[in-house]
Design a protein around this ligand. Structure first.
Ligand code: CMX
Length: 483
């Protein structure tokens, strides 16, 4: 009895303490957050109207082929921040990559859009002024200070053999101890208010990802020392500094990289995994960690490390000099890859049917800053050869290069040669899109996802029945007419 009383008292004390921490959470009011607050009721009203008028309209169907074929093109999800056109490529809230390069503000000493400006666009659908983007840079710098110490300790203790993406997921999961969302849920916050905590966690996580990612890089490949976050610089330049660079052109490359890899509508593995896990009201840290598990697959984000590995291995076999590789040698190597049952990394896409504009943006950056780099020229040669081979191979629906075909060459040019690390950079960028989308999911009260699955037995029985029914429909009608 005495013991139970003690336990109850301790529990009360813990709850009170946590409540004190929770209630003292400062919810920073930036113009981004204020604008979001204004937009949520407008969007909610729009969705209520759409659902009222179109609730029963068919958005898409799913054939047996699609159910077995990875659900390709099945329209079954709402994802607000970006939309992918097979021919034209990605639009972030209606803006193409060249539109973003023209319209989004850049850093005072830079030529590429600020990722903070893209974040504002993704969340609000509006192009920010430089002042608004700068306000986000300052907010992120402030939030970066709050990286829990145990995240650093945890990452510092990891063996170097653990892949950078696994370390990234460990770092994100360790940072989850600071989740305002989990704390709010635990204290019974009204579900209509949960988006505010999703926003807080998302902004905190975005702010702290460059530190987590840089600790991993510096621990595995360098001396383990990470420069401090510099509040006078933007988020992208800070990431470049913490990786160990002090070069304006590299800052701009990192900004471009962080912008173009951020979002690719909702059906890709990393975006959908984040959305799916978030729909169970798992907090943004856990949801994003799930998305990163998907990004680490070689058919998705890991392809960028695979591209450089494939390219360098091939060059090694040819004596290491890209200028000596003839088209014939390249053709032979591509067929060798295909005949051994492997894919040519960096080519093909589940949705796109043309050259990925993210590839083109990187090519243009290379033409401007490293036109004579032999490896860049070699990538150009691959671009000329591979689509023809894949077309002749006759399997892939899209023989053109995707985003991953180019990124490695740019990073390698600036000395970031450790390709196993590249997907971590992709992950830091992807946070902008998938977490913006998660904020909207909570703001609009998106329900837990639970699509229906069926078994092969079910398909067999039901299909036979349906086929038999439709093929004989005319006979049935005639039969019932006469008798
Ligand atoms: N090399 C060889 N074969 C390829 C191929 C490539 N680059 N791209 C597609 N194919 C093959 C597929 O493996 C598939 O073969 P099977 O019928 O034997 O299974 C066939 O062509 C049809 O595939 P598809 O419908 O054209 O493409 P999917 O939607 O199934 O897959 C993708 C898309 C990206 C996984 C695929 O093109 C691929 O594996 N590419 C190489 C890996 C890569 O670059 N991934 C990165 C994509 C971008 C990203 O998410 O980061």
């Amino acid at each position: 009895m005495k013991n139970t009383f003690k336990k109850v008292k301790i529990q009360k004390y813990i709850n009170n303490r946590q409540f004190r921490n929770f209630s003292s959470t400062s919810l920073v009011q930036t113009s981004l957050k204020k604008r979001l607050e204004e937009l949520i009721p407008e969007k909610s009203a729009q969705i209520i109207k759409i659902r009222k008028e179109h609730e029963d309209k068919v958005l898409g169907t799913c054939t047996v082929g699609q159910a077995y074929g990875g659900m390709r093109s099945v329209k079954s999800m709402i994802y607000e921040t970006s939309l992918l056109d097979p021919e034209e490529g990605i639009r972030f809230r209606g803006l193409t990559i060249p539109d973003c390069q023209k319209q989004l503000p850049s850093a005072p000493n830079g030529g590429e859009p600020l990722p903070e400006a893209l974040l504002y666009l993704l969340i609000t659908g509006e192009v920010p002024t430089y002042k608004q983007a700068k306000e986000i840079s300052d907010d992120l710098a402030e939030r970066a200070k709050g990286l829990p110490k145990h995240v650093v300790t945890t990452l510092n203790q990891l063996p170097k053999e653990i892949h950078p993406m696994s370390q990234f997921i460990i770092g994100i999961t360790a940072a989850q101890s600071d989740s305002k969302f989990s704390e709010a849920y635990r204290h019974g916050v009204d579900k209509k208010q949960l988006w505010k905590f999703t926003y807080e966690d998302s902004m905190n996580l975005i702010a702290r990802l460059p530190q987590i990612a840089s600790i991993i890089y510096r621990n595995i490949y360098k001396d383990g020392k990470v420069p401090s976050y510099d509040p006078s610089l933007d988020w992208g330049a800070n990431y470049a500094r913490m990786l160990g660079y002090n070069n304006n052109t590299f800052d701009d490359l990192v900004r471009l990289y962080l912008v173009i890899h951020s979002d690719h509508e909702g059906g890709n593995v990393s975006a959908h995994a984040t959305k799916l896990v978030g729909s169970a009201l798992s907090d943004p840290y856990l949801s994003f960690a799930a998305g990163m598990g998907g990004l680490a697959g070689p058919l998705h984000g890991l392809a960028n490390q695979e591209v450089l590995r494939w390219t360098l291995e091939f060059l090694d076999q040819m004596g290491g000099d890209p200028s000596k590789v003839t088209d014939e040698m390249l053709v032979e190597n591509c067929w060798k890859t295909l005949k051994s049952g492997r894919v040519i990394p960096g080519f093909g896409h589940a949705v796109l049917r043309k050259t990925d504009p993210r590839y083109t943006a990187q090519r243009e950056f290379a033409l401007k800053h490293l036109p004579d780099d032999p490896l860049f020229k070699f990538v150009g040669q691959i671009y000329k050869i591979v689509p023809g081979i894949l077309t002749e191979h006759g399997k892939t629906k899209n023989p053109w290069p995707n985003v991953d075909a180019h990124s490695g060459v740019l990073l390698k040019y600036f000395g970031l040669v450790e390709y196993d690390y590249y997907t971590v950079m992709f992950g830091v960028s992807r946070a902008l899109g998938v977490l913006s989308s998660l904020v909207w999911d909570r703001a609009l009260g998106a329900p837990i996802e639970r699509p229906k699955s069926v078994t092969t037995e079910w398909v067999n029985v039901n299909n036979f029945f349906l086929l038999f029914f439709f093929e004989n429909l005319f006979v049935f009608i005639l039969f019932s007419f006469f008798f």
